[in-house]
Design a protein around this ligand. Structure first.
Ligand code: ZN
Length: 276
C-alpha cells in the first residue's frame, strides 16, 4: 500500500510532466471506486482545464487547475498513476484516463478499487479543502509536528504507539511499513501504550521518522521514470527494510531474531531486545 513517500514521489514525478498541460478528454470505467467517480464534476470542472500545480496532503494528491478547481486522488491499496502515450493499450483496471494536449495520458489503475477520485469546483475549493484537511492528521514534516504536540495528543489514548502512528486522523501518511521501521529506529516497542511514552521517545520518533521518510523519498526520486511506468504497471520502489518482512532474520543491531506479531490485524515486526 502506498504510504507518504510513494505518494510524494508520485507527486514530484507528475509535477514535472503535468504542470502547464491541458486536459483534452476524460474517460472512466463503469466501476465504482471506494466512492463513485464524480463524472459530472469531472466534465464540468476538470475537462479542458490547464494544470497549474500538484500538492500532497496526507496520502492524497491535489491536482490544482488554473481555474481554481482541484482534482483529488487517493491511491487506496493498489492504485497507481501511469503516464503513457495515448496509443498504448489500456489495462483492465484503468478506471480514470485523462487525455493531455501532448498525446500522453494520465491513467489511474486500481485493481482492488479502494482508491478514490474527488473534484472540488473552484467556487467551493477553499471550503472543501479546509473541511478535508481538518479530518487528516498532522504532517510529519510540518514544523508543528513536535514532541509537545504528540505528547498532548497521546495523553488520553490507550492505543499502542504503532496504532497511534498509523491512525490517519492523528498522523498523516504513515502506514504499516514505515510505522514498523520508524519504531525500530527509535528503539520503541510497538505495543507500548502511546499515553506512556515520554517526550524523549516522541522526539526520537520525530527524528527517525523524518529521516526514514526522507530516505525513502530520495530513493524513489532516483527511480521516478520507472515509477511512472513506461510499462503501464509501475511498481513501488523497494527499500532495504531493517525489520519489516524480516521475521526470524537477525536484528541489524543485536543479531537476535526479529519477532513477528499481529497488532490490530496488521503484521508487526520488532526486535524484543532493542525495542523493550
Ligand atoms: Zn535487536
Amino acid at each position: 500500500m502506498p504510504e507518504l513517500p510513494e505518494v510524494e514521489v508520485t507527486r514530484r514525478g507528475l509535477l514535472e510532466q503535468l504542470s502547464g498541460r491541458t486536459i483534452m478528454a476524460i474517460t472512466w470505467s463503469a466501476h465504482r471506486l471506494r466512492t463513485e467517480i464524480p463524472r459530472r464534476l469531472l466534465q464540468d470542472h476538470i475537462d479542458r482545464q490547464q494544470i497549474l500545480t500538484i500538492d500532497r496532503r496526507a496520502k492524497y494528491l491535489l491536482i490544482r487547475m488554473q481555474s481554481g478547481a482541484t482534482l483529488v486522488i487517493h491511491l487506496g491499496m493498489t492504485g497507481k498513476l501511469g503516464l503513457l502515450p495515448e496509443e498504448t493499450a489500456r489495462h483492465k483496471h484503468d478506471h480514470l484516463v485523462l487525455g493531455l494536449d501532448n498525446a500522453m495520458e494520465l491513467r489511474f489503475n486500481d485493481s482492488r478499487r479502494f482508491g478514490s477520485i474527488a473534484v472540488w469546483p473552484a467556487m467551493q475549493a477553499m471550503e472543501c479543502e479546509c473541511e478535508f484537511s481538518s479530518r487528516e492528521g498532522i504532517e510529519p514534516f510540518d514544523s508543528d509536528f513536535t514532541a509537545e504536540y504528540l505528547l498532548r495528543l497521546a495523553k488520553s489514548r490507550q492505543i499502542p504507539v504503532k496504532s497511534f502512528l498509523m491512525n490517519t486522523r492523528l498522523v498523516a501518511g504513515i502506514g504499516n511499513i514505515y510505522a514498523n521501521e520508524i519504531l525500530f529506529a527509535a528503539r520503541i516497542n510497538p505495543l507500548m501504550p502511546a499515553s506512556q511514552l515520554p517526550a524523549a521517545a516522541w522526539q526520537r520518533i520525530i527524528k527517525e521518522g523524518r529521516r526514514i521518510l526522507q530516505q525513502a523519498i530520495n530513493a524513489g526520486g532516483s527511480t521516478i521514470a520507472d515509477f511512472l511506468g513506461a510499462s503501464g504497471h509501475p511498481g513501488y520502489f523497494q527499500l532495504q527494510f531493517k525489520v519489516y518482512g524480516r521475521k526470524d532474520a537477525p536484528c541489524p543491531e543485536c543479531a537476535r531474531p526479529i519477532v513477528k506479531t499481529a497488532l490490530a490485524g496488521r503484521a508487526t515486526y520488532y526486535c524484543p531486545i532493542c525495542q523493550r
